[in-house]
Write a protein that binds this ligand. Structure first.
Ligand code: HEC
Length: 129
């Protein structure tokens, strides 16, 4: 399944978030659909994201609605638009998680596809049509 997912980094600016990466994810979404709880949450758990983003203050990553509500800089996801989403920018440039960690390209592709499919709690056919 992951073999279908490739992440392409282009060296052009993503001006909205002042990020040097434009993330474009090429996936065959007819065969892969991303649910938040089953596919995205485990990645957040791997990197301890919820230890800092658990909902007491600022960004809460515990549900799709909370991610959409966002943090200090507003919504963390732009539904159906991974390349316009703060969450993806912060993961792609490895500024989240802070320190040495960085998502693998495959993990980044999964989170990006989740946003490109609408960033809903469970996959909803037609959200981004
Ligand atoms: C050690 C604590 C810590 C961990 C772990 C952490 N973050 Fe953060 N995160 C922060 C802090 C503090 C900020 C706000 C300051 C900033 O923007 O750099 C932030 C900001 C963000 C923002 C921008 C929110 C906004 O509105 O500005 C996103 C998106 C984000 N984190 C996602 C993640 C994700 C996804 C992970 C796991 C891969 C993660 N973070 C892990 C501390 C953490």
């Amino acid at each position: 399944m992951l073999g279908l997912i490739t992440v392409v980094f282009l060296g052009t600016g993503c001006t909205e978030v002042g990020d040097p990466w434009l993330v474009s994810v090429d996936v065959d979404s007819s065969t892969t659909q991303i649910d938040f709880a089953t596919s995205v949450v485990p990645i957040f758990q791997t990197y301890g994201c919820n230890g800092c983003h658990g909902g007491t203050a600022g960004l809460d990553l515990s549900s799709a609605a909370a991610v959409a509500a966002g943090g200090n800089n507003g919504p963390s996801v732009e539904s159906c638009d991974a390349s316009g989403s703060l969450l993806i920018a912060r993961l792609a440039n490895c500024s989240m998680p802070p320190g040495d960690g960085c998502l693998t390209p495959a993990e980044l592709a999964i989170v990006s596809q989740w946003v490109d499919e609408g960033a809903t709690e469970t996959f909803v056919e037609g959200t981004c049509d």
